[in-house]
Design a protein around this ligand. Structure first.
Ligand code: SF4
Length: 371
């Protein structure tokens, strides 16, 4: 623990279910093997998961997806069951490809009230989808979504909430309307996302995307120029509000970092200790602009940190409660003004608390609902 620093005790954490993936998407660091030295290849073990929850009853929400494919963890069903028994809400909103799963896993998503699932589907047809999701099968993914929906009907449940995430490239831009329609038919929300790799299949119609996204931009670079912050700046907030833990317990800090760690291991040294050690406390001070960069801190070589430093636009305590998406809304509607950012932060906390109580109520009513 670091003297002089407030203790960080988040209610939400991010914990990678499995760090490997069966697809070979061209811009993905998992597919290229870039994550291997820092993240390794493995999956979260049930015994570690149980102990973490038992030792940290304040944890109410866990995000399970990051660089790998969550469903490849063979213990996932039991992980969901245990989280359910402890009233912990699970999400996979960083994204899953949903190509390889079992009926048992799909039923467990519904039965154990998995809160929300974001599926990465970058196309409205099999042919287009395969251009980026190499090795994936569009029709199989759609079948899996239909199976989830059938279970939702059987269990009379709204969970998991489903989102279709569509990374926009030149090769798939024309299929956005088709994908939107399919998403609506499958009872999924639809969300376009800007690519991080401008060199892969450049957009054909930038104006169309500028209008569609509502931010008036068609690339992350344009976003940065227009709003003066990085498109994914909110990822840095995870150091405070939802720290990323690797499948083996290493502290990675945020979902972006795959090249180093912040020392400590939550399965060996405990969560509170690991999230408040010297290295991660120093990193937080760096992001607030209060300490100089240090070679052993992963942020030092991160382009988000470099961009913040170049603009002298450091993270503020008002914004750390917001996710990357919520921060983008704060800049879109309120120009990032601190008062509004803070108010939005309160709204996010209220919504997350409501999510937990809705889930718990649904659980309490479950035996009656399933009849
Ligand atoms: S600077 Fe980079 S590595 Fe550090 S918290 Fe932000 S996104 Fe993560």
């Amino acid at each position: 623990m670091q003297r002089g620093h407030p203790l960080i005790l988040p209610k939400t954490i991010r914990l990678e279910s499995a760090s490997y993936c069966q697809l070979k998407c061209p811009s993905c660091p998992t597919a290229s093997g870039a994550i291997r030295p820092g993240v390794g290849t493995g999956h979260l073990r049930l015994d570690n998961f149980k102990k973490l929850l038992d030792d940290n009853p304040r944890i109410t929400r866990i995000e399970l997806s990051n660089y790998g494919e969550m469903f490849l963890n063979k213990e996932l069903t039991k992980i969901m069951q245990y989280a359910d028994s402890r009233g912990v809400l699970l999400t996979a909103d960083n994204g899953v490809n949903l190509n390889t799963t079992t009926n048992e896993q799909l039923e467990a998503l519904v039965k154990f009230k998995f809160h929300s699932l974001t599926c990465s589907i970058d196309g409205g047809s099999a042919e287009t989808y395969q251009r980026y999701r190499i090795g994936g099968d569009f029709n199989r993914v759609v079948e899996h979504v239909k199976t989830i929906n059938a279970f939702k009907k059987r269990y009379r449940s709204r969970y998991p909430l489903l989102t279709w995430q569509f990374i926009v490239f030149g090769f798939n831009q024309h299929e956005i309307p088709l994908a939107k329609k399919l998403a609506a038919d499958l009872n999924m929300k639809f969300r376009e996302k800007l690519t991080w790799d401008d060199d892969f299949s450049s957009l054909r119609d930038q104006d169309k995307l500028r209008n569609a996204l509502g931010f008036g931009v068609s690339s992350r670079r344009e976003y940065e120029d227009k709003y003066g912050i990085d498109y994914t700046r909110g990822n840095c907030h995870q150091l405070w509000n939802a720290p990323q833990i690797n499948w083996d317990g290493k502290v990675l800090g945020c979902c972006r970092n795959f090249w180093g760690d912040f020392g400590g291991n939550v399965f060996k040294e405990g969560l509170t200790r690991s999230l408040n050690n010297e290295k991660i406390s120093y990193a937080r001070q760096m992001l607030l602009g209060k300490k100089e960069a240090r070679p052993d801190i992963p942020c030092t070589t991160c382009d988000l940190y470099e961009s913040m430093k170049a603009r002298n636009k450091w993270i503020t305590m008002e914004e750390v409660g917001l996710s990357a998406q919520a921060l983008r809304l704060a800049y879109r509607y309120f120009g990032g003004r601190p008062l509004y950012v803070r108010l939005l932060g309160y709204l996010v906390i209220a919504k997350e608390t409501l999510d937990i109580y809705r889930m718990r109520l649904a659980r309490a009513l479950r035996p009656w609902k399933q009849e």
